[in-house]
Design a protein around this ligand. Structure first.
Ligand code: SAH
Ligand code: SF4
Length: 422
């Protein structure tokens, strides 16, 4: 979502006739887009900001801006602690940027009255084949640990037309796959079009090869969604379904509004309907009040569901959330031990599941050159598994059938057995 926001900011600046460049030394303004979801992300952003102090000393005319959720979360503290920063803008104030930059004014604006959805802005993207498209902003859930409802405000859905228009324009620019984004895509609602309805309309757009979406909140994953995924061939069989914990007691204090049993039931039902469905997840370790027994319940759940992969996070207390008031009573070393145990089990399961692909043929779309070697390309299966090919004679966006020859917990390796048309 943050990367998409950076593309939106670039789109706004382009409309204001600014050029976007990567070279900080040549830039007239440097903008840092930030996340506030965990302290770790915040510390990284603050360290990036501090590194700009020297630049400002050498070239005082450069305008430095801090944008995004951390701006809203920390507010005036950013300029107080870093007086060389000129601009602080929250996630609903990006439209003001061109004017502020032209006037070269100092500005702090974190409390806009109006919540934005930037529907009329076309994000400026790097060339490629996979694009993100936000379908909603903000969040109406009330997870007790999460700062997003505070930083991004109440959920508002974009109109169906603005979403489909954006996708059509992306297709004209050569993109072939879109990932629909929202904090909880399943609660999308625009003039009685719900998420399955939107997904159906999007998947009918001519030329769109693949549709993905994230994130699905387990609470409102409907039968309708599973049916649309099953019926429409270009909707990828992958659900990112954050479970957060396997303990009903913790799920309750997290205010996730589902139980472990309901979660398992949802996954089993979806898997029984959609062939080769992959399920990925997020898990938080060391939430306030989490006992060894609660942790064991999470371990059991991970083993039972057999996630294709998962992100694990140490609980990070965030001011302005209710969980902040519960204290942070799991010691750091225990949080780390639990996180490592869960990560290790997730890794073992991923490896086992990935190795099951060895000897099988699957279709992938080539997405780019491998990061490690120019002589290899990578693509993804429709289930979001990354596949590396030791060949580079395929152009980006090509669909090929691949025989998997090897696998690690992260990646499949394979060779093309028969090309398909793009
Ligand atoms: N809306 C999405 C994504 C939210 S942020 C969702 O509900 O899944 C992504 C992940 O960050 C969450 O799923 C959660 O696992 C993690 N997270 C959020 N707040 C956190 C906190 N205070 N400490 C640790 N992890 C957190
Ligand atoms: Fe945060 Fe929960 Fe909303 Fe996700 S669903 S953004 S975790 S409040």
């Amino acid at each position: 979502m943050n990367k998409y926001d950076s593309e939106l900011i670039s789109g706004i600046l382009r409309c204001g006739n600014f050029d976007i460049i990567d070279d900080i030394e040549k830039a007239d303004a440097v903008l840092i887009n930030t996340c506030a979801v965990r302290e770790h992300a915040e510390n990284r952003a603050l360290s990036n900001i501090r590194q700009l102090k020297n630049l400002k000393k050498r070239r005082p005319e450069v305008i430095l801006g801090v944008l995004g959720c951390m701006s809203k979360y920390l507010g005036s503290k950013i300029i107080k602690d870093n007086p060389f920063v000129d601009i602080v803008l929250g996630p609903d104030s990006y439209r003001k940027l061109p004017e502020i930059l032209k006037d070269k004014k100092r500005c702090e604006d974190i409390f806009t009255r109006e919540y934005e959805n930037y529907s009329d802005i076309f994000p400026l993207k790097k060339k490629g084949v996979c694009a993100w498209v936000a379908i909603s902003r903000g969040c109406n859930e009330d997870c007790s640990y999460c700062v997003v409802p505070y930083t991004r405000g109440r959920e508002r859905s974009r109109s169906v037309k603005s979403i489909t228009d954006e996708i059509k324009r992306l297709l004209d620019e050569g993109f072939k796959e879109v990932t629909l984004l929202g904090q909880n895509v399943n609660s999308y609602n625009y003039q009685d079009v719900d998420f399955p309805g939107l997904l159906e309309k999007v998947s009918e757009i001519e030329g769109l090869k693949r549709v993905r979406f994230a994130t699905s909140h387990p609470m409102n994953l409907s039968d309708g969604l599973v049916d649309v995924m099953k019926e429409r061939k270009n909707i990828c069989p992958h659900l990112h379904l954050p479970v957060q914990s396997g303990s009903n007691k913790i799920l309750k204090t997290m205010r996730r509004n589902y139980t472990k049993e309901k979660y398992i039931n949802l996954v089993e039902k979806a898997k029984s309907k959609i062939k080769d469905l992959t399920i990925t997840t997020d898990i938080i370790s060391g939430f306030p009040g989490e006992t060894e027994n609660d942790h064991r319940l999470t371990v059991d759940l991970v083993k039972k569901v057999k996630f294709d992969s998962g992100f694990t996070f140490k609980y990070s207390p965030r001011e302005k959330t209710d969980a902040y008031k519960y204290g942070d009573d799991v010691p750091e070393n225990v949080k780390i031990e639990r996180l490592e145990e869960i990560s290790e089990i997730l890794r073992e399961i991923s490896l086992k599941k990935n190795r099951e692909w060895i000897g099988k043929i699957t279709e992938i779309m080539i997405e780019g050159k491998s990061r490690k070697s120019d002589s290899k390309v990578f693509g993804r299966t429709d289930g979001f598994k990354k596949v590396i090919l030791r060949q580079n004679n395929f152009s980006i966006g090509t669909f090929v059938n691949v025989l998997t020859t090897d696998a690690t917990s992260h990646t499949l390796f394979g060779k093309v057995v028969e090309s398909k048309e793009t």
